[in-house]
Design a protein around this ligand. Sequence first.
Ligand SMILES: Nc1ncnc2c1ncn2[C@@H]1O[C@H](COP(=O)(O)OP(=O)(O)OP(=O)(O)O)[C@@H](O)[C@H]1O
Length: 252
Amino acid sequence: MTDQTGILLTDVTVRRGGRTALDAVSVALTEPRIGLVGRNGSGKSTLARVVKGLLTPDAGQVRVHGLDPAARTRESVGCVGFLFQNSDHQILCPTVAEEIAFGLVEFGTRRAEAEDRARALLAEHGVADWAARPVAALSEGQRRLVCLFAVLVMAPRVLVLDEPYAGLDIPTRLRLARFIAGLPQQVLVIGHDAEDFAGFDRILWLEAGRIEQDGPPDAVLAAFVAAMHRLAAGPDEDAGGADREAAASWVA
Ligand SMILES: Nc1ncnc2c1ncn2[C@@H]1O[C@H](COP(=O)(O)OP(=O)(O)OP(=O)(O)O)[C@@H](O)[C@H]1O
């Protein structure tokens, strides 16, 4: 282990389903708030998953605070918290308190103590009355928050959030965004809209498993949105062959 901070990818290649999902990606991420955009299938979730250690690169190296996520050691697992896009992929327990306590119990905390900590966390966030509720009875926004609590109770240094706002109504989305904005962890967020990245430090735009652009949100998001609108508009009469090819492949 080194004293390296943040997330470091060196020549990371991942193949999935016979396709190259990430293609020799190298990047060092140390800013507190980093956004990840790109078309469907561009490799965003794959990048998020190698940072969490849910996928092992076919080539190259990933380090998060000097740890190898794919090693799945106690330290590396605890270092990165991951929020799945679909909360059904994350939720394992019947009640909210049990769900939040689950990771702590897995890490060796006694169940009663873990559930006490879960209840304390809920109280801290003004939702103490959720503890005994069946997770299935919560709204999608509430379930997403419970999943986030279950991640936060493990005190990770880095949070990876895979489309945390997908399918949420506007007030729920804004409340969740405000909550995420106040978190002390380094946060890597996959999103599709500029408003998913208010106050962010840096945006990576992935295209076909490679970094197409990397820089300040205003510049990268403007270029990304313009490119997506060009694609949606179809081939331009005056455009060259590359543009026509891009427009023809309108679904990734
Ligand atoms: N479970 C899987 N099995 C096989 N191939 C996969 C799997 N998941 C993703 N892929 C492939 O890996 C590539 C990258 O997919 P990935 O899910 O990382 O993209 P994404 O940018 O997150 O897309 P989306 O916005 O649709 O979630 C795509 O070519 C995709 O078809």
